[in-house]
Design a protein around this ligand. Structure first.
Ligand code: ARG
Length: 383
């Protein structure tokens, strides 16, 4: 029998994919990856079996996600069109695990349940290709006969696949780093998102602000309010507290790889807080040339992640460059959270290049204003 390893999420598309692949004569090994999304993994495992999976792997990838994907992306401040790349960052890791299982099981085929209209198919397939070009890829959603969700549900019912489809009108993707939300009324970009479109917390009437202190060492957040904290735990905590203030909500129109403009809501409280805090510290510590150049890196890095090129040489090379710049990114940032707002209100570091005696407007200024005269004279010579 031909074996295929499928990246399985537990949703309708991947459940139907399992049965469809089996009908086509494959033994299906499903990988259910735990990237910190809220899910009943036992239930989803049973569902995969009921759909016809031969075996289901449930892999806890949270640690690797934080260490090898989230932190490098945070240090680079990777961004794509204002999107902090939450879904995009999880895909190469899931693909890596699929390939690992394919090797272990001696499977020749790998699959995913992504639509032919989206970015995720590109991310899975480029990752599969870069990790092992000999593997053959199957993308059921691009091939099969179903034209709508209703037809898929019909097929699932006929085949006795147990689904407890929530009535959500939205397509939601979630991991530790954030939530992405599409469909429903959001497909008209002029519609305001309804209150239940947002998934993390709710904008409650908390009028009292909360202050946070985050300490970074070599660009990595290590302490919260003067207590050492594991990064994964920190992200969970910041999502919780930041979620209450509706921090990190974005309503964006983005340009997909396949040439479609689409509208998506993002919620990433922890990512928003940590990006801002990290940047506040860098601006205090890094010299002007490095800082400005790093801004270009964050755009390129973001574009590579968005485009499915995590495993590319350039992405890795940029990571090493970024790490080199992070040696002295050490210090504390003070953050004030209020409804819908995350403000940096203080920053300090033993490596700060900020010098009060130069910046002050007071009488103890050490800045030689007369020297500026010569500078401007020379700068103005060519005009
Ligand atoms: N547009 C985002 C990206 O390409 C998220 C895609 C998945 N979104 C979703 N709601 N299922 O990374």
């Amino acid at each position: 029998m031909k074996k295929v390893v499928l990246a399985y999420s537990g949703g309708l598309d991947t459940c139907v994919s399992i049965r469809w692949l089996r009908d086509k004569g494959y033994d299906v090994l499903a990988l259910l990856a735990d990237l910190g999304q809220k899910a009943n993994f036992e239930l989803l495992k049973k569902r995969a079996i009921s759909a016809g999976a031969e075996k289901v792997y449930v892999s806890d990838l949270k640690k690797e996600f934080v260490q090898d994907f989230i932190l490098p992306s945070l240090k680079a401040e990777a961004v794509y069109e204002d999107y902090l790349l939450t879904t995009a960052l999880g895909r190469p890791l899931i693909a890596k695990e699929v390939v690992k299982i394919a090797h272990k099981e001696r499977a020749d085929y790998v699959a995913h349940g992504c639509t032919g209209r989206g970015n995720d198919q590109v991310r899975f397939e480029l990752s599969y290709k870069m990790l092992d070009p000999r593997l053959k890829v199957i993308a059921p959603l691009r091939e099969w006969e179903f034209n709508s969700r209703e037809e898929e549900i019909e097929y699932a019912k006929k085949n006795g696949i147990s689904l407890d489809l929530k009535k959500s009108v939205y397509s939601i993707d979630e991991n530790l780093w954030g939530v992405s939300i599409e469909c429903g009324e959001l497909e008209d970009p002029y519609n305001e998102p309804s209150a239940n479109a947002w998934q993390i917390g709710a904008l409650r009437e908390i009028s009292k602000p909360t202050y946070l202190e985050i300490y970074f060492d070599r660009g990595i957040p290590t302490d919260l309010n003067n207590k050492r904290i594991d990064t994964q735990e920190l992200i969970v905590r910041l999502n919780k507290i930041g979620g209450k203030y509706a921090i990190g909500r974005k309503d964006l129109i983005e340009d997909r790889i396949v040439g479609i403009k689409s509208r998506e809501l993002y919620e990433a409280p922890a990512a928003e807080i940590l990006y801002k805090a990290h940047h506040a510290l860098e601006s205090l510590i890094l010299d002007k040339q490095t800082l400005n150049f790093k801004h270009l890196i964050s755009l390129k890095y973001g574009e590579l992640i968005y485009s499915g090129l995590w495993f590319s040489t350039l992405r890795e090379a940029l990571s090493r460059f970024v790490d080199f710049t992070q040696e002295k990114v050490q210090g504390t940032v003070r953050i004030k959270l209020s409804p819908g707002n995350c403000e940096i209100v203080g920053r300090k570091s033993r490596y700060a290049l900020y010098k009060k005696e130069l910046a002050t407007y007071g009488k103890d200024s050490k800045f030689d204003q007369k020297a500026a005269e010569g500078l401007i004279k020379i700068l103005g010579m060519g005009y």
